[in-house]
Write a protein that binds this ligand. Structure first.
Ligand code: SF4
Length: 397
């Protein structure tokens, strides 16, 4: 891990005043402010928008974006890179490109190509962190590193580090391809990534009843540490999570593993075989999920969730609506809604988009629940609301 030093920056440069005007102009919205003041509701031409009470930019994202803008001011003449999208939002990432901040290129297998980074360049690490290997590589290149990793993510890393030191295997509830989970697993000695409760149940079955080791290794081939042996590495387990997973599911996985280890080793020896995840799911994710749940107490005709298609927490908000059997669309911005009354949206658990036409009934009263993931700026949400109203040929005040 990189140690604090003059070329490693973990905090703001103290230039917030210099970038605040740009941040406000590019991301804030007076329409959203007025909806907040109006009890999170707006009605126009028969359409009522019900906005979730917690939505959009979270503290960690706000901090990361601000640090990136400050980095440009701090190093006006240097080449600046970002190892990945700073957050999962196309508008923010495009704005950074406009500021001549480059994204580390990737090859066809989505491996990052670091050769273009020169000694002394500035490299920003995104809110969801970077892997240990990447950090070592950048340190070896004597790069100026601006680390915007969210403190909530660092909290999970501390947990995983504890497991490593105690020789426990980290069971990580996350998506093995997600950058945050890659960064978290890189800090583990032995790990297994499960993406949902069903996979955790499969693993627990193996722990209690045994099974075919080859089948296990094939099933989790992209989701285990090198040299992982399910017959020896599932004896001492600690649970960790990608901070943006569904909290209820992480808790269920934790309880399931605890029950499994209890059944196998007994209460007397449980603490030698199981460590709980502690409180590692971030407040922002939880607040947005709770606010989404609260929205469902309203009679909604449909739900629109806004956020980057690769934003995990946005995807989960969408899934929550789908589970409620409410017609729900995950879109990444206003351009997804077209004047011919169609909507282009991402299907749950898929990478493809679909088009729904008609999107809105041409007349009659309609209540639309609206929420946005933690990487979605207010201005994008306002753009979506304006587009929705424009379909009824009116604009909000
Ligand atoms: S969603 Fe949570 S973990 Fe992710 S950046 Fe925001 S506050 Fe941090």
């Amino acid at each position: 891990m990189i140690k604090a030093g003059p070329t490693y920056h973990r905090k703001s440069f103290g230039l917030k005043d210099l970038v605040q005007e740009d941040l406000s102009r590019e991301y804030e919205s007076s329409l959203i402010s007025s909806i907040r003041q109006n009890g999170y509701s707006l009605e126009e031409a028969g359409i009522t928008i019900k906005l979730a009470k917690a939505f959009g930019f979270c503290w960690g994202v706000d901090r990361a974006v601000s640090m990136a803008y400050e980095t440009r001011k701090q190093f006006p003449d240097k080449q600046i890179w970002i190892t990945n999208e700073i957050i999962h939002n196309p508008l923010v990432n495009e704005n950074l490109r406009q500021m001549q901040i480059k994204f580390v290129p990737q090859d066809e297998q989505e491996r990052k190509i670091f050769t273009e980074i020169s000694e002394g360049d500035v490299v920003i690490l995104p809110a969801f962190g970077a892997s240990v290997d990447e950090m070592r590589l950048l340190e070896a290149k004597n790069c100026e590193i601006v680390d915007t990793t969210c403190p909530w993510v660092s909290r999970v890393w501390n947990r995983v580090d504890k497991y490593k030191k105690s020789d426990f295997t980290a069971i990580i509830h996350g998506k093995y391809k997600h950058e945050e989970t890659i960064a978290t697993s890189s800090r583990s000695q032995n790990y297994l990534i499960v993406q949902d409760l069903a996979e955790a149940e499969w693993v627990c079955n193996y722990i209690l009843q045994g099974g075919d080791k080859n089948e296990f290794l094939h099933k989790f081939k992209s989701a285990v540490s090198q040299g992982f042996d399910p017959d020896t590495h599932l004896n001492r387990l600690g649970v960790a999570n990608q901070t943006t997973m569904l909290k209820g599911e992480t808790e269920s996985i934790g309880k399931l593993i605890e029950r499994t280890m209890l059944a196998k080793y007994g209460a007397q020896k449980l603490d030698q075989h199981f460590l709980s995840p502690g409180d590692t799911i971030c407040d922002a994710t939880q607040e947005r999920q709770d606010a989404m749940q609260e929205l469902f107490s309203e009679p909604l005709d449909l739900v629109v969730v806004i956020g980057g298609y690769n934003s995990s927490n946005t995807g989960h908000l969408h899934e929550m609506a789908v589970v409620q059997n409410i017609t729900a669309y995950h879109i990444d911005g206003p351009d997804c809604i077209v004047a011919d009354n169609s909507i282009r949206h991402k299907l749950p658990h898929q990478t493809t988009e679909a088009i729904q036409k008609p999107f809105l009934p041409p007349e009659g009263n309609l209540t639309i629940g609206l929420s946005a993931g933690a990487s979605t700026p207010d201005q994008v949400i306002a753009g979506v609301i304006e587009k929705i109203f424009s379909l009824r040929q009116t604009q909000p005040n």
